[in-house]
Design a protein around this ligand. Structure first.
Ligand code: BGC
Length: 458
């Protein structure tokens, strides 16, 4: 069984659902700029598939009331959404956009009225373009900009919101956006610069924790949502488990995807030793500054795990991990991610055993190419099977002592899947973009029964 007060919910992010990208005084984010850059690569591709943008997205900005009614129909107890920083502070700092604040105020009120608990992410990648022009996360003032923004949101919402996540997957934002040049702001920084951007965003996290703890009107529960360069053991043999654990937390070989690069500084107040060694002289001095590490390592209340899949490894003859080749024709989702339910057993377990903090699964779900069938329904049986398998593994982790407090599926509704635009669908609710018509998928009805029975049918 799942614990008595287990939180069942669904997650989203501002740029992926809100639309109203130029309305009511909102400033531009780096994703507005990225999606509107229609220059083509050498392969003839624009930044985003099909030249899609988040200009309208799911039009959640105007439709949140009817969408909350759908959440209620599904039985969702918690809704994870993010705040668009440039909607609240169009220039990133300074002038407050009261209409932006009013939107989030109304959203929170409407959620609470429907008895749905708001889980707020302060930053899910839509960084203010105005701050990008001032150097973005490379600017040493950037943690303070985030603290100012956090204070503004805290003042507005903390009398009603108690669950907070500072950042969403800073790994993707920094590594894909700032180092590999794939996502907004599409930079290809040098490695030391990338490390500095990482360090500043971690300091921003720490400053936000401080601001929330100091100024929130209701006692806040603060965490951060991370993805991980996920490795799991190919079998439950102890030697495979230990090989996978070691590889999972190894920061060596400049493995910046390892959670040790992100969670060790937050929880233990230092970067992984093997990781620092792999950069040697290239490590910026800021990463070794004790005062700055103290800012990063302010105590948090939970870890948010975004988990979709993992790569299996086994122990080689010397105990060192070896990647195991997946079987021919193994199950894949529409975006070609492997279906690996055991990730939702091992990743929470590994992170709980290392960091000893409560865990929320802040994202888990699958991409499909769902459509509305002739009978007017969306028959996504594979999504039901996917969630069922993953939840079975999560349940086993809980049985084995991992303190998991909730499961927030990605996503409430189909939305803009970043560079893949609207070509992929992760939702429990199908969105027909030209008409904005919503249709509950079969998985939404199934999830309703899971929530109703607190997972007894898993
Ligand atoms: C992100 C979401 C994204 C999802 C599926 C996560 O990396 O937080 O914004 O849509 O995965 O790709």
């Amino acid at each position: 069984m799942f614990p008595k007060n287990f939180v069942w919910g669904a997650a989203t992010a501002s740029y992926q659902i809100e639309g109203a990208s130029q309305e009511d005084g909102k400033g531009l984010s780096i994703w507005d700029v990225h999606t509107h850059d229609l220059r083509k690569s050498a392969y003839g591709q624009t930044n985003v598939a099909h030249e899609d943008t988040g200009d309208i997205a799911c039009d959640f900005y105007h439709r949140y009331r009817s969408d909350i009614a759908l959440m209620k129909a599904i039985g969702i107890k918690a809704f994870r959404f993010s705040i668009s920083w440039p909607r609240v502070l169009p220039e990133g700092t300074g002038n407050i956009n009261e209409k932006g604040i009013a939107f989030y105020n109304d959203l929170v009120d409407a959620l609470l009225e429907a008895e749905i608990e708001p889980y707020v992410t302060l930053f899910h990648w839509d960084y203010p373009q105005a701050l990008q022009m001032r150097g973005g996360w490379l600017n040493p003032e950037s943690p303070e900009w985030f603290a100012e923004y956090t204070k503004c949101v805290t003042d507005a919402l903390s009398d009603r919101v108690t669950h907070w996540m500072t950042l969403n997957e800073p790994q993707c934002h920094i590594l894909l956006g700032h180092m590999q040049g794939v996502c907004a702001p599409k930079l290809q920084l040098t490695e030391p610069e990338g490390l500095l951007a990482m360090h500043h965003i971690l300091m921003a996290h720490g400053r936000a924790v401080e601001v929330l703890q100091k100024h929130a009107k209701k006692k806040p529960e603060v965490g951060v949502a991370f993805c991980q360069g996920s490795l799991i053991p190919d079998s439950d043999r102890p030697e495979d488990v230990e090989a996978a654990r070691a590889a999972f937390f190894s920061g060596a070989d400049r493995q910046l995807w390892s959670p040790s690069w992100w969670l060790d500084p937050i929880v233990f107040g230092k970067y992984p030793e093997d990781g620092l060694q792999s950069y040697g002289e290239e490590v910026p001095k800021e990463l070794l500054d004790q005062e700055q590490m103290d800012v990063i390592s302010k105590p948090i209340d939970f870890i948010g795990i975004n988990c979709y899949n993992a790569e299996p490894v086994c122990a080689g003859a010397d105990g060192k991990p070896i990647r195991v080749r997946t079987q021919e024709g193994a199950a894949l989702t529409a975006n070609k991610w492997a279906v690996t339910p055991r990730a939702l057993y091992y990743i929470p377990k590994f992170e709980f055993e290392r960091y000893r903090l409560p865990i929320y699964i802040t994202e888990n779900g699958m991409s499909g190419t769902d459509w509305v069938c002739l009978d007017g329904k969306v028959h996504d049986s594979y999504r039901i099977d996917f969630m069922h398998r993953y939840l079975q593994c999560l349940q086993k982790a809980i049985e084995d002592g991992v303190d998991v407090r909730g499961y927030l599926t990605w996503s409430l509704m189909d939305n803009l899947e970043w560079n893949n635009g609207y070509t992929e669908r992760f939702g429990l609710i199908h969105v027909d973009y030209p008409t904005q018509k919503r249709t509950l998928k079969d998985s939404a009805y199934w999830y309703h029964s899971v929530i109703r029975d607190n997972g007894a049918n898993i």
